[in-house]
Ligand binder design. Structure first.
Ligand code: SF4
Length: 331
């Protein structure tokens, strides 16, 4: 079955300008050759440390930040080939939910206006349908008609994020990019929002690109997981395979940093990643993780590790990760 979203060699570089003539002296390689697919009804988790470029991937897919090169194919249509008007029309099917719900909601609009202004603008509903549509959308996200005339500041963080989800649903999208959508919420509220997203996905066969720095959240919500480091995906696998048999040293380090959930395992030593994420303005001949990797060799520093399939559906970019022999099981 063709993928709903096919991202091929996506690159987004930002020029660093200096001097009187604002000449570009170097480039920040925020996204540096990212490829993946996303099926209808699937959730792909995109995880990595702050500054690795995962939010830029989300914005570049929707062309909110124009990519430098590469291709984004949504439902068989290449977004790069569209005129601004055609892109605006297609983007109805691709919505985004951001980290901070308060800053992404217009404080002067009522809830009714927030969730119906986009479908009204696009002619998907008439003025007579505004109230009933607003009630329907609020009901989908666990809110009620009594909230219709209130303003965003009158709600809790969790309720505001429900409003953002209702606004995204108002255009009946097929893909929602969730950019750190639960990071600003308390843990108990996070669980409610994640469960809401799962329920909506089942009801509407939605696809999610779920961007987060939190491995626990990714484990709960994602079907497949892509791990990103310094603008590139370094490992991609089904959620079970990635959490049980991580093959890239960076993924292994991220998993070791998760606090143990069971008291019996709390004595387990957590190993923090050494060093900071290196500068994204540098071009690396070899593996960008080499400066922090305990296993790095001279080969790692000098040649870029190839993207290899190590087991069916399990890919990694590491010189030392060997393919699993057919029939063998990973521990
Ligand atoms: Fe570490 Fe080398 Fe693998 Fe990079 S290629 S992750 S430096 S072992």
């Amino acid at each position: 079955m063709p993928a709903l979203l096919d991202v091929q060699e996506l690159k987004t570089h930002f020029p660093v300008r200096q001097g009187l003539w604002r000449k570009a002296v170097q480039h920040i390689r925020a996204v540096d050759g990212v490829s993946f697919t996303l099926q209808a009804g699937e959730t792909l988790g995109l995880v990595g440390e702050s500054g690795c470029g995962k939010s830029t991937v989300g914005r570049s897919i929707l062309h909110l930040t124009p990519p430098t090169s590469g291709e984004v194919i949504f439902n068989g249509t290449s977004l790069g080939s569209l005129s601004p008007n055609q892109l605006r029309e297609l983007r109805i099917q691709m919505q985004m939910v951001f980290q901070n719900p308060l800053s992404s909601l217009n404080p002067r609009l009522t809830v009714e206006e927030i969730v119906t202004s986009a479908p009204l603008y696009h002619g998907l509903i008439t003025r007579q349908q505004v109230r009933s549509e607003a009630i329907r959308l609020l009901d989908r996200v666990g809110m009620s008609a009594q909230h219709l005339q209130r303003f965003p500041h009158e709600f809790s963080g969790g309720q505001r994020q429900r409003l953002c989800i209702a606004r995204a649903l108002s255009l009946s999208p097929r893909l929602i990019v969730c950019d750190e959508a639960v990071s600003a919420l308390d843990v108990s509220i996070q669980a409610q929002i994640l469960n809401l997203l799962k329920d909506l996905q089942q009801e509407q066969h939605l696809s999610y690109l779920f961007i987060s720095h939190d491995m626990g959240v990714i484990r709960y919500i994602a079907d497949r997981v892509a791990v990103m480091y310094l603008g590139r995906i370094v490992e991609l696998a089904d959620q079970d395979a990635l959490f049980q048999s991580p093959r890239h040293p960076y993924t292994q380090a991220l998993l070791q940093a998760i606090p143990a959930s069971h008291p019996r395992h709390r004595h387990r030593q957590r190993q923090a990643l050494q060093g900071d994420v290196p500068s994204p303005t540098r071009a690396y001949a070899g593996c960008a993780f080499a400066e922090r990797c305990p296993l790095a060799t001279e080969t790692c520093r000098q040649s870029l590790p190839p993207w290899r399939e190590l087991a069916p559906g399990h890919y990694a970019r590491c010189h030392l990760a060997e393919p699993t022999p057919a029939g063998a099981t990973l521990n």
